[in-house]
Design a protein around this ligand. Structure first.
Ligand code: SR1
Ligand code: MG
Length: 430
């Protein structure tokens, strides 16, 4: 049963929430002390939901409640509460598959579209750390473990056909969240859409060029079709650096409310895109030339590690005795079979790489011309500098989307990014 159909939903304000939580014996014990003394603070800065932090004598918790509309836009844009149900389902599956890399769920209420989770402290949203120029030594290893395990073990390489189809069915109702992605990532940035925005007037010419670029329109439409029609594995669905909380020694992937069965490259591409945006935005955050060079080098190294480590871990799982109904063992017997299957694995990974690069490009372009932007660029105060960083990112993104053949390996992408670091785009006059 999902929140939409269940009734009894109400938006909880601080005092209501305190009373509600006080009525949950396990939560009350965990937080500790008298509920009347618990500070409850709404801290959500995402686009969709309410997020509260509640602290008590013994500990703290985080509480997420879905609103019946898009927070960023308001009540004029209704959105199903059922997304909280899919997020809970995804978090539960991810906890089984990638233990320790997602927050522990302590309580879920479908009717209130509310989930109580462990409080991640002193973790911060990774995007904020990247803006500050902080390096995260565990990140590449943790995020690739998360992706390799959640994507491999929910794919046809690991599941029977029946299990896989039941998985697809369990998430099929999350189509309103998919529709957000289909519109905001794969359609709107390439047409006149009311909610689009960009760093005007500097990027006016680039925005207009995007609307005329038929090669790009074909490429983005192919990617959209792949997103809509390739239920390869259970995706996180919104795996940007705002959906990851970090310390220098820990990584937690949060917020899988966009989860559904889709193309594996979409999650991998999201991580690559957000690192590349952090790289291009970095020039706009430096106070002295070269000040962030070590950080920028780390970001590009991390881009390479994310792809290489993901591919290695995914392949290891596959080689380690995949029990899924795809590639039946009986068809690959003997030395010849083993050799042919290994060649097939390599071809599969090359295809995943091409998908990931295309999706990464789409994710960069949407953050510069679509509705939802990110603080990597938004916090660059000087609009001309911001537009310069954004134009560099768009130049790489276009090449990634329509000239994929010229960038066949991850080192080609990072090499191209490095070359664009000081490129001076022609901007419209301010
Ligand atoms: C209207 S929601 C805008 C964006 O916020 C989420 O984080 C997703 O990325 C979505 O596209
Ligand atoms: Mg989110």
């Amino acid at each position: 049963m999902t929140g939409d159909r269940a009734g009894n939903y109400r938006i909880l304000h601080e005092a209501d929430l305190r009373d509600y939580l006080a009525g949950l014996p396990d939560i009350r014990k965990l937080v500790g002390g008298e509920p009347a003394s618990w500070p409850v603070t709404e801290v959500g800065d995402g686009n969709l939901n309410l997020v509260f932090i509640v602290k008590g004598a013994r500990g703290g918790i985080a509480v997420k409640q879905a609103l019946p509309y898009v927070r960023l836009v308001g009540e004029s844009w209704p959105l199903p509460l059922s997304r909280a149900h899919y997020e809970y389902l995804a978090l539960s599956r991810q906890a089984q598959l990638a233990s320790g890399l997602v927050p522990a769920v302590l309580h879920h209420d479908d009717k209130l579209a509310l989930t109580v989770m462990e409080l991640l402290e002193p973790h911060i949203i990774m995007r904020k750390g990247l803006v500050a120029g902080t390096r995260y030594p565990r990140f590449a290893s943790d995020v690739t473990t998360f992706m390799a395990r959640t994507l491999f073990f929910t794919s046809d390489l690991a599941l029977s056909a029946a299990e896989k189809k039941e998985g697809i069915a369990a998430f099929a109702g999350n189509h309103a969240l998919c529709k957000i992605t289909e519109d905001l990532i794969f359609t709107d940035p390439y047409r006149i859409a009311e909610q689009n925005r960009w760093t005007a007037p500097y990027l006016d010419g680039l925005a207009a060029a995007l609307r005329e670029d038929m090669e790009l329109h074909v490429a983005i439409s192919r990617l959209k079709l792949k997103f809509m029609a390739s239920p390869e594995a259970l995706l996180h669905g919104d795996l940007h650096t705002g959906s990851i909380m970090v310390t220098e020694s820990q990584t937690r992937v949060i917020d899988p409310e966009f989860a559904f069965y889709g193309p594996i490259g979409f999650d991998v591409g999201a991580v690559l895109a957000n690192l590349l945006m952090a790289y291009f935005a970095s020039a706009g955050h430096e106070r002295a030339p070269g000040e962030r060079a070590a950080f920028e080098a780390w970001v590009l190294e991390t881009v390479e590690q994310v792809w290489n480590e993901f591919a290695r871990k995914f392949l290891d799982l596959w080689r380690g005795g995949a029990a899924g109904d795809a590639y039946p063992v009986a068809l690959f017997a003997g030395e010849q079979g083993a050799t042919r299957l290994e060649a097939e694995r390599q071809a599969y990974m090359q295809r995943l790489f091409t998908d990931a690069v295309g999706f990464a490009a789409a994710k960069i372009i949407r953050r510069i011309f679509g509705l939802a932007h990110n603080i990597d660029f938004e916090l660059i105060e000087d609009p001309r500098m911001r537009a310069t960083s954004e134009a560099r990112a768009v130049r790489l993104a276009r090449a990634m989307m329509v000239e994929a053949g010229a960038l066949p390996a991850v080192a080609d992408i990072t090499g191209a990014a490095r070359k664009l670091r000081n490129w001076q785009p022609k901007l419209a006059a301010g």
